[in-house]
Design a protein around this ligand. Sequence first.
Ligand code: BGC
Length: 253
Amino acid sequence: MTSTKTGHSFGIDIGGSGIKGAEVDLNTGEFVGERLKIATPKQSTPEAVAKIVAQIVAEKEWSGPVGITLPSVVKEQKVLTAANIDKSWIGVDAQELFAQYLDQAFVVLNDADAAGLAEVAFGDEVARTASVIFLTLGTGIGSAFLLDGQLFPNTELGHMMVGDAEAEHQASSAVKEREGLKYKQWVKRLNKVLAEYEKLFNPHAFIIGGGISRKWDKWGELVGIDTPVAPAQLRNRAGIVGAAMAAQQNLRP
Ligand code: BGC
């Protein structure tokens, strides 16, 4: 096994479609070597997912601490929700679970919280400034509340009711794909969601991450609320980088 290098850590991002892991250089926020991605098992049960996490760590020959994200509320290392993964995650003690599969120390945290932390460390200055709502648009909508770069963990804005449905059921990028929406149609829905968040939380800025933020040049100019909205800088690296940061800091929300 490779020994852990100073300033290096390892992050694993568990998503609805893939489980991705990479060694991260925490001085730069860059991956060291290739990212390894394995498809999320159809039945994304805790055991099936934990096995793949262990496989990624083994294949990458990593022996130091590991950070693991889940698309769930994770409070004191207990998984409390499971909106886009198998429902059997609810109530799981993440430390007990992963300890059966990993030999090293690890921390588990919400995926959007991890991505928000990475953006604070390696993204645009705006992420470290005043009050920011960071959103990831993917299978669901994840959120991280940031105040002067500090995280208020486990906010779940994707599940806020906007009109008569949850925000993520109207404006996630998965919904855009599923319903075959054009950018214009989809951003109209996103604007409605952002306007509601703006009305209730009045942040200084929103930052939008998730895969679709890579296409910002196609739809960014259609976003129309009063608060500034910026695309995330880390794009799809954010979850893994944030997880790796959390592992190094032994952050256990
Ligand atoms: C989950 C959040 C997660 C988000 C993005 C939501 O459905 O409830 O915990 O951060 O999806 O994956």
